[in-house]
Design a protein. Structure first.
Lengths: 112, 120
């Protein structure tokens, strides 16, 4: 299995631009998670899906952030408009039900 | 509320020495899971181990071993005969078991990580 695949690996954009991060979970996993890692706050859960349905988005920082999962093999995290404080590494992870352990390689976002 | 404390921010040891990374957790759940992840300089998060709250047996995997003690709410990680490739940030994490209908799920709460440097 190829594991959780995230793209792009690195994204540099200017403040005010729209940013879309992509994730392909491991086939057969029912849960998908988006995490953000910053020096100040460490690893934070933003949102998670079960069977493509958003279950808990309480970690999403504000309305500029949105996440979708149109099918079992694809999810996006969108930031619009982006701000410098959004600069972080964004991780996607998937889980086959009760077992949790599979993270993607992350997307390093820099907003100038 | 769930909480994970990794009091050691940074540790440096000379290659071949043993090193223990501490993890202390807080939870009101009776059922929970504990994890260790490794984040090498390349940035990805690598899963190392998952333990449930009902299994206090210590576990050994090669040079890695884990000591889970519910009495002290600790889940410490020891690397024996450390190697330069062990240099990374190590995260301890705790799951929150959420019951939805008839199945459960886990939201991870991470510690702040311990940066381990192995000196050749």
């Amino acid at each position: 299995d190829a594991g959780v695949i995230q793209s792009p690996r690195h994204e540099v954009t200017e403040m005010g631009q729209e940013v879309t991060l992509r994730c392909k979970p491991i086939s057969g996993h029912d849960y998908l998670f988006w995490y953000r890692q910053t020096m100040m706050r460490g690893l934070e859960l933003l949102i998670y899906f079960n069977n493509n349905v958003p279950i808990d988005d309480s970690g999403m920082p504000e309305d500029r952030f949105s996440a979708k999962m149109p099918n079992a093999s694809f999810s996006t995290l969108k930031i619009q408009p982006s701000e410098p404080r959004d600069s972080a590494v964004y991780f996607c992870a998937s889980s086959p039900g009760l077992f949790f352990g599979y993270f993607g390689a992350g997307t390093r976002l820099s907003v100038l | 509320a769930q909480k994970v404390t990794q009091a050691q921010t940074e540790i440096s040891v000379v290659e071949k020495e043993d090193v223990t990374l501490d993890c202390v957790y807080e939870t009101r759940d009776t059922t929970y899971y504990l994890f260790w992840y490794k984040q090498p300089p390349s940035g990805e998060l690598v899963f190392l181990i998952r333990r449930n709250s009902f299994d206090e047996q210590n576990e050994i995997s090669g040079r890695y071993s884990w000591n889970f003690q519910k009495s002290t709410s600790s889940f410490n990680f020891t690397i024996t005969a450390s190697q330069v490739v062990d240099s990374a940030v190590y995260f301890c994490a705790l799951s929150e078991a959420i019951k939805i209908s008839n199945f459960g799920n886990e939201k991870l709460t991470f510690g702040t990580g311990t940066r381990l440097t192995i000196i050749p």
